[in-house]
Write a protein of this length. Structure first.
Length: 211
């Protein structure tokens, strides 16, 4: 949720400062901005056969690993080319948004498992989704505050932008852009191994709902 909120709020700002207005064709920058909202849905549709075959757990785990790898790759090579920076921003935004849309599948697995384990006549969907929101929603508020604090330390709040401040700000943005996926990806990958409901392709007879 933190990474998703960061991408949603700062995509355009980072694109403007790191890539610049003239480094890439204006039509590509327009497509880049639009693609950040369209490509995640396309990615989910494209990979839906794999999700059905292997389950959401393994696809989400794979996305964490891929996020770490591309973060490391673009940290080493991305700053040298605006095209590489643009590619990384598109990939990162797409992976985060597509993965974010899959988490409800895992929450649904928890609800089904809870109903089976405790022989409930009704699933406790509202309670589990409410608990999930209680834990995750604060990240939507914390992400902009933390990122903005780091940017202000690099000179983002200055009214007058000198060349040195602009360079320092661009470097800070690039560091944030690559280290946020790496750090969050590592934490998510480690924590996701604890998640035990890995077989999301359940047989229909396994779920016995009592109405």
């Amino acid at each position: 949720v933190f990474h998703y909120a960061y991408c949603t709020n700062f995509f355009s700002i980072f694109r403007k400062h790191i890539i610049g207005a003239d480094a890439l064709p204006s039509i590509f920058q327009s497509l880049m901005a639009g693609g950040a909202f369209i490509l995640p849905s396309v990615a989910v549709l494209m990979f839906s056969p794999l999700i059905l075959k292997y389950g959401s757990y393994y696809m989400i785990k794979l996305s964490f690993l891929f996020k770490i790898l591309i973060g490391g790759f673009f940290f080493m090579f991305g700053y040298t080319s605006p095209w590489l920076v643009a590619a990384f921003m598109i990939l990162d935004s797409t992976i985060v948004s597509a993965t974010f849309s899959l988490f409800n599948l895992s929450v649904s697995d928890i609800i089904d498992h809870d109903q089976i384990c405790y022989n409930r006549s009704r699933p406790v969907s509202s309670m589990i989704f409410g608990l999930n929101a209680l834990i995750t929603k604060p990240a939507q508020s914390l992400a902009p505050v933390i990122i903005l604090f780091l940017l202000n330390k690099a000179g983002y709040k200055n009214d007058t932008m000198t060349d040195s401040i602009e360079k320092s700000l661009s470097e800070a943005m690039f560091s944030i852009m690559v280290f946020v996926p790496i750090i969050i990806g590592v934490l998510q990958f480690l924590l996701w191994n604890i998640y035990s409901l890995r077989n999301t392709n359940k047989d229909e007879n396994e779920l016995k709902f009592k109405f």
